[in-house]
Structures are given as C-alpha cells and as structure tokens.
Design a protein around this ligand. Structure first.
Ligand code: ASP
Length: 585
C-alpha cells in the first residue's frame, strides 16, 4: 500500500492516527535538529516533521538529503501543529515521520513548481509534465474535466447518444487544409484527418440515431494565428426531425446548464440577433454584448457639408465612448495612432467631445456645427461627458476597424469583465461568402448548410443575399458554437455543390457517399458544434485555451516536448511509398 490518505485530506480530526502518504517533495526546511518537508500530490500539501528527539537518526539523515521533486513515501502519526497555517487545508496538522522511503529521485526541475513560476512558456511546454504539477495548470485540467462531465451528463439526460466516428477519413470541407496520413496498404493513397465529424454525424442521422453528440478531436491545418491549435476539441452534436428553433432550444439548454453548474450563474432566455444586425451594430458577427458602444451610422448627418473624407465614404460610423471626454488630447492621439496601425488599417479617426455643458468640440469643427454634432450624439447614443469616435471608408473595412476599436476601448475601460457572461445567438447567416482571392463565392459555414426556405432561387440572381439556416452561439465576444440545418435531399445538395464550383465528378468523388445516403431516406436534420477548448477557457475566466489543454502545440504547430513533427526514416518512407523532396530550411 502506497498510501492510506492523500496529501490534501488530513485534518485536526485525524490527530493521533497512523498514516502513510506518498507524493513529491515540494520543499525541505532543514534546521539541523529539525527538518520540515512539504509533501505534495494532486490533492494538496501536507507538512511532515522530523526531529532529533523523536525521529530515528537514519531517517533524519535521509530527509536531509531529499531534493525538490523527489518522490517519497512516509509513515507517521498525525499530530497537532504548534503554529497553524490557515492558508492550507491541512494547516492544523503535521505528520511526525517514523519511516521514509525514497521511491524515486529527481533532477532539479528547470523551473519552480509554484503557482507563480520562474519558467517561461517554451520551457514549461518542454517540461509540460512538471508544469502540470503546478496548481494553475492542474486546476485548469480538473476544471475542463468538470465541464466535459457536465456536458455528458446533460446531453445524456436529454437523450443524446455519444458515438465515436473515425479519424482516418477523407477530406471534410470546413474551410481549412487537411492533415493527411499516408496509407501503407494502399500505396499512393492518403487518409485525411477530420476537420470535424460533419459528414459522419449526418450519416448517423440517416442511420436513425436521432440525437448524437461526441466530445471529439478535430484537425485543421491552418496558420496558427492568435489562440488556435491544429488539433482541438469539439462538442459535436446533431439531431434529426428538427428545425432551427429546436436546435437553439436544445443547446441554449446545455449552455444554461453549464453556466449554472460551473459558474453558478442563471441566465434565462439568450438574446438573439441577426447576422445583418450584428454587423450593423457591432461590425462583427460575434459581438461582445457585455457593454454598449453600439455603432451609429452617420452618413445622413455627415455627408451634407464640405468634408470630403466623409462625403466619399461608403460608410461613416461612430461610437460613443462612455466618459471618454476625460481622454486627454494625447490619449486621443494615441487612439488615432492605434487605428492607423497596419493591423487595423484606418486612415484616420475623427473625434468629437461632448462636454458636460452640452457643447461640442471636434477635430472637424471647420466643417460641422452644433446641430450636426447633436445628431451625431443622438445616433451614437452619446451623453454629455462622452467622446464620439468616428471612422469612415469602405463599409466592410470600416465596420471591422470600428469593431476592433470598440474592443480596444472596452479593454482600456475595463468593460470586459471575465466574471460576467453575456451569451448571444447570431442567426440568419449568409449562405455564401465572397472570397477576394479566388474571386468566387464559398459556403460561409459549409456546403451542407441549407438555405432559408424559398431562397434557393435567389442563388442565381443575388447569391450574396441568400440567407442560411445557420447560427452561432457567441459568449463574451467569442464564437463558442456554430451550426446549421442541413440540406437533406440529393437534388439540393447537388445544386449546392454545383454552385460552389465542384464538378459532378469532384462532388461524387468527395461526397458521393453522402449523396447516396440521401437517396435512402434521410430525415430532416441539423446540428452544431461547440469549441470545447474555448468554452472551457471562457467559463474559467481565462483568455488562452492553451492553459486548458494538457499537451498543447506552440504557434509553429510544434509539440516541443516530444519534438514533433519530425522526419521519419527511409525504411518508413519506403513502406509508405513516399519520397521526400528535401528543401533547405
Ligand atoms: N461541423 C461544423 C463545424 O465544425 C459544425 C456544424 O455545422 O455542426 O463548424
């Protein structure tokens, strides 16, 4: 028996009990005549005490030689501490050690195993197993487990069945590149790793499973901007005989359950907004609605004077920064520089102070008067004491720029409270999205998404205006889930493929199996997928998903601990019928 108790459970009620504990040495304090050891495991820390009078000499010596992170086992008696530590769950007691076994020695760890460590990110990733011993990482993994568990509980209770789908498959069109795996048994042929189980979950609906979910790894070979991982986890779901309303209902239920069980927060009905409204009001299809600063479109009240910058713009848009009039000139200049950074790309920013005495002072006083400013204030919802920031130019670009500015200001003003949760459904997404690079329309969600009833005809005349039965769940400015009602008949699906530029042969080669299935009684169906990593991070009040992934990859897609990806040897290449074209790094 390695232990009778763990390192987090002994209390004053255990005093005089004989116990055996195993764990890691967090710290040794050696006063010569007395040695204290902090023994740590997943459950906590327990203090061990050894002293000249009560501990056999050989054991005392052994303790004095212990190094950090040694793995040891001790047997002893629980005694009351003379100086108690109220910050530690086990702080009332300590163990008077009688026996000590070193189970394993340890090299000095390359960073301190403390909540606040001296190890940088790369080093911690290289020794992630040591990092996992630290509370912040350990607790994040436990937190993730709790969330997954609640997802399973809830969905199972609602009649969903968890079904595993294969990883070695064929390309799935989620818009990223596929990771591919060569097939030894089929020389020259490759599997693709799933970007999502999309087609399989639809086939499960054809198979009559009715309600499916899966907590599943997905793989997308994308450039790893921001906080992305090449492999990530989805809570993937699909339901048969449903309309959009049924899906929103079911997964609003799940999200509500998580917020309640995990965060103790009760939210009644989630608000909804159409995609068009989100773009108009927030310049973004995943608006953070924890705070206001909605856009005011100012074309009508700003294009009647001689200010050409506005007159030539497709869109003039402003936001009111609450109490922004307190910004100094220097601070405003900084904001202007900020929007002009290449990442944001605005040419400039017009501002207008709304003074407490209801007068205005702007950077365009030459062109506009108080009547104009009053209208600006009204349309942006500005109150005396606020600052109105205005951008202008091409509609889509300006909306994106203003959205970025809105988020930056909210950050500066501390309006993005991680303890506050503001879910939002964004509905009625466009079916198609114009791609500048290829100069053609792509499926905005994926090619299995069904257009809104009666809108198929529009495809021929105004494809950009066709709306889909597609929806996203947004939480605090993050898309945490998205899905759609699917096409379930072969004719519409062929039409869609055709429209998206697949030749009949291509569509057949890639998705023939799905089209075939649609000929054997496919029920109307739809679903969605949540990004579990992001969901867990947000519920946990954190910004980055890496903290919640046991073994994450870095920005270059590398696992620096196992050092992957890595070359394979010639034998293996030969077996796989592969030849590597070497190029200089
Ligand atoms: N497969 C989709 C995705 O990964 C989700 C869905 O449509 O259910 O985004």
């Amino acid at each position: 028996m390695f232990r009778s108790h763990n390192c987090g459970e002994l209390r004053a009620s255990h005093i005089n009990t004989e116990v055996t504990l195993s764990g890691w040495v967090q710290k040794v304090r050696d006063k010569g005549f007395m040695v204290w050891v902090d023994l740590r495991d997943r459950y906590g820390i327990t203090q061990l005490i050894l002293d000249e009078e009560r501990t056999p000499e050989s054991i005392m010596e052994k303790a004095q030689k212990l190094g950090r992170e040694f793995v040891i086992q001790v047997t002893g008696t629980v005694i009351e501490r003379s100086s108690k530590n109220p910050n530690l769950a086990t702080g009332d007691i300590e163990i008077l050690v009688k026996e000590l076994t070193i189970l394993n020695q340890a090299n000095l760890p390359p960073f301190t195993i403390e909540d606040e460590t001296d190890g940088g990110e790369e080093l911690r990733m290289k020794y992630r197993y040591l990092d996992i011993r630290r509370n912040p990482v350990k607790n994040s993994l436990i937190f993730r487990h709790k969330v997954s568990q609640e997802v399973r509980n809830y969905l199972s209770k609602e009649g969903f069945i968890e079904v595993e789908t294969p990883y070695l498959i064929k390309s799935t069109p989620e818009g990223a590149r596929d990771f591919v795996v060569p097939s030894r048994m089929n020389p020259g042929e490759f599997y693709a790793l799933p970007q999502s189980p999309q087609t399989f979950k639809q086939l499960l609906m054809v198979g009559g499973m009715d309600k499916y979910f899966q907590i599943v790894k997905c793989f997308r070979d994308e450039d790893l901007r921001a906080d992305r991982q090449p492999e990530f986890t989805q809570i993937d779901c699909e339901m048969a005989f449903v309309e959009q309303e049924d899906i929103l209902d079911a997964f609003e239920g799940l999200t509500r359950h998580l917020l309640k069980e995990i965060n103790g927060i009760e939210i009644n009905k989630f608000p909804r907004m159409t995609y068009d409204e989100a773009m108009k009001k927030y310049g973004n299809d995943k608006p953070d609605i924890r705070f206001g600063m909605e856009f005011g479109e100012l074309n009508e009240v700003s294009q009647h004077k001689d200010f050409n910058v506005f007159n030539q713009a497709e869109l003039v848009v402003g936001i009111a920064v609450p109490n922004g009039n307190s910004y100094t000139r220097k601070e405003i200049d900084k904001l202007i520089d900020w929007v002009k950074r290449p990442q944001i790309g605005a040419l400039g920013m017009v501002y207008c102070r709304y003074n407490e005495d209801r007068t205005f002072k702007s950077s365009v006083d030459k062109f506009y008067d108080e009547t104009d400013f009053e209208q600006w204030a009204q349309l942006t919802g500005a109150k005396p004491g606020d600052l109105i920031c205005i951008l202008s130019g091409d509609k889509n670009k300006v909306r994106a720029q203003m959205s970025a500015l809105r988020m930056e200001l909210a950050e500066q003003l501390g309006l993005r409270n991680p303890k506050e949760f503001a879910p939002l459904w964004v509905v009625d997404f466009p079916l198609l999205e114009w791609d500048e690079e290829t100069e053609r329309f792509h499926a905005m969600h994926h090619p299995f998404t069904s257009p809104k009833p009666g809108q198929l005809e529009l495809l021929k005349t105004k494809p950009g205006e066709v709306k889909a039965n597609a929806y996203d769940l947004v939480l605090n400015g993050n898309e945490i889930g998205g899905g759609s009602i699917r096409i379930h008949d072969k004719k519409t699906q062929s039409l869609m493929f055709d429209y998206l530029g697949f030749t009949e042969e291509e569509a057949k080669a890639q998705f023939g199996f799905l089209m075939n299935a649609f000929e054997y009684g496919a029920p109307p169906h739809g679903g969605l997928a949540f990004g579990l990593d992001r969901l867990v991070a947000i519920l946990g009040g954190q910004e980055t998903i890496r903290d919640f992934i046991a073994f994450p990859k870095n920005n270059a897609g590398r696992d620096v601990m196992i050092d992957a990806p890595a070359p394979i040897d010639n034998m293996q290449l030969e077996e796989l019928s592969l030849k590597v074209k070497h190029h200089e790094k």
